[in-house]
Design a protein around this ligand. Structure first.
Ligand code: HEM
Length: 403
């Protein structure tokens, strides 16, 4: 009969799971689906039927493929409301949502600002900021919420210093960034949060024209190649990307290390392990747990699967980072393993611009924390910690600790 010669039917579209059953490992479904194949149909939040890639090779292939676009108007939201697509389309300078050659223009100018010299100059500042926060924790606690006392202020202070943004305004931009990344925010709430950040940073960009400093925003102004609106958009991207991500690595990483005492002891006894530990935590935690998303601009084959023009693909970084074909014994945290090649910073032309800075922050902050508080421990049962399943960046909402 006709049916017998039909090609093997594709599995039914799935929706993207975000809750982690044991709070730490990626959702079980992702592992099961990856075992069935590297890419499968997925139902997006707006009803679009596209794809979900869970295999390491498939994820990297799409991220490296110029036939896939990152422009807002092509993307379907994998889950919830997601970022207000139109708002971001209208935001010049938000180069994460630009394809070449636009993206290339911004990336080149920004790379010129993320110089080795500037990162080196920041290092002693990061050390100072870290020891100040630890001293404040000692003065006030125990107990303390590690997110509020340590994990959030460090990257927030660092990104302010990098950009030339006054930290005094942190309550406002931390609140608006959180609203942008909250999957439960309504479109109107996201719109308002974005407008708040744009208004604030636009005023700052204008003020740097008459009152320059040695921060990155002034650096971009002085290139003479970007409009105020473009610099504002880039600053919005950097401000959001620069503190929520590293903050969640620090707090969630601490949570996981406290639950793995032998790994924690190894790191505390030998701070030279910090570099390897940071890479392994990046892989193991995979805090960017929803996207990225790309859309095919022409028909493209990925791992034997035809993706048609207009179809979106969700790239599961957390599934790729646990692919046993790439990492041996992937579900075990091993801070001595060589975790290079993980995709926690993405891959291809949009690979994280701030990754060196994030690494420097983490290599300084984790060992300093565990040396300052050798008997740091959770102040509540591990399974009572509230997880950020409702946020675009995974982690812990609060981390009550004592010592
Ligand atoms: C892009 C993760 C820290 C700035 C990305 C992407 C990922 C990522 C996965 C790629 C997104 C995509 O392809 O769609 C992380 C993680 C961090 C971190 C896990 C912390 C551990 C930072 C910091 C900054 C930053 C500290 C700024 C100082 C950016 C920017 C982009 C980006 C500007 C867009 C790059 C482009 O489109 O060319 N990040 N990031 N990130 N990140 Fe990060």
């Amino acid at each position: 009969s006709k049916e017998r010669v039909m090609p093997k039917a594709l599995p039914d579209p799935v929706t993207l799971p975000i809750s982690r059953e044991n709070l730490v490992d990626p959702p079980d479904d992702l592992r099961r689906w990856r075992e069935e194949g590297p890419i499968r149909p997925m139902l997006f939040a707006d009803g679009h039927v596209g794809w979900l890639a869970t295999g390491y090779t498939a994820v990297r292939a799409v991220l490296a493929d110029p036939r896939f676009s990152t422009r807002s108007e092509t993307l379907h939201p994998p889950i919830g409301q997601r970022l207000s697509q139109q708002a971001l389309t209208r935001l010049p300078g938000f180069f994460l949502r630009e394809d070449p050659p636009e993206h290339t223009r911004f990336r080149r100018l920004l790379t010129g600002q993320f110089t080795v010299r500037r990162m080196k100059e920041l290092e002693p500042r990061i050390e100072k900021i870290t020891s100040d926060r630890l001293a404040a924790m000692e003065r006030i606690g125990p107990p303390a919420d590690l997110v509020e006392a340590f994990a959030l202020p460090i990257p927030s202070l660092v990104i302010c210093e990098l950009l030339g943004v006054p930290y005094d305004d942190h309550t406002m931009f931390q609140r608006e960034s959180a609203a942008m990344l909250n999957l439960d925010s309504t479109l109107a709430e996201m719109q308002a949060a974005l407008e708040g950040l744009v208004d604030y940073l636009h005023k700052l960009v204008v003020s740097k024209r008459t009152d320059p400093d040695d921060g990155l925003i002034s650096g971009l102004v002085s290139t003479g190649q970007l409009t105020d609106e473009e610099i504002t958009g880039a600053a919005v991207l950097l401000l959001i990307a620069g503190h929520e991500t590293t903050a969640n690595m620090l707090a969630f990483g601490t949570y996981v290390l406290l639950n793995n005492p032998s790994q924690l002891a190894a790191l505390r006894d030998d701070p030279s392990l910090a570099e390897a530990a940071v890479e392994e935590l990046l892989r193991y935690l995979s805090i960017v747990h929803i996207g990225p998303v790309r859309t095919a601009t022409e028909d493209a084959e990925v791992e034997g699967q035809l993706i048609r023009a207009g179809e979106s693909v969700t790239l599961s970084l957390s599934a790729a980072n646990r692919d046993p074909e790439r990492f041996e014994d992937p579900d075990t945290l091993d801070i001595t393993r060589h975790a290079m090649g993980h995709v926690s910073f993405g891959h291809g032309i949009h690979q994280c611009l701030g990754q060196q800075l994030a690494r420097i922050e983490m290599r300084i902050a984790y060992p300093a924390l565990f040396q300052c508080f050798p008997d740091l421990r959770l102040a509540i049962p591990a399974d009572k910690v509230s997880m950020r399943s409702n946020m675009a960046i995974y982690g812990v909402h609060r981390l009550p600790v004592t010592w």
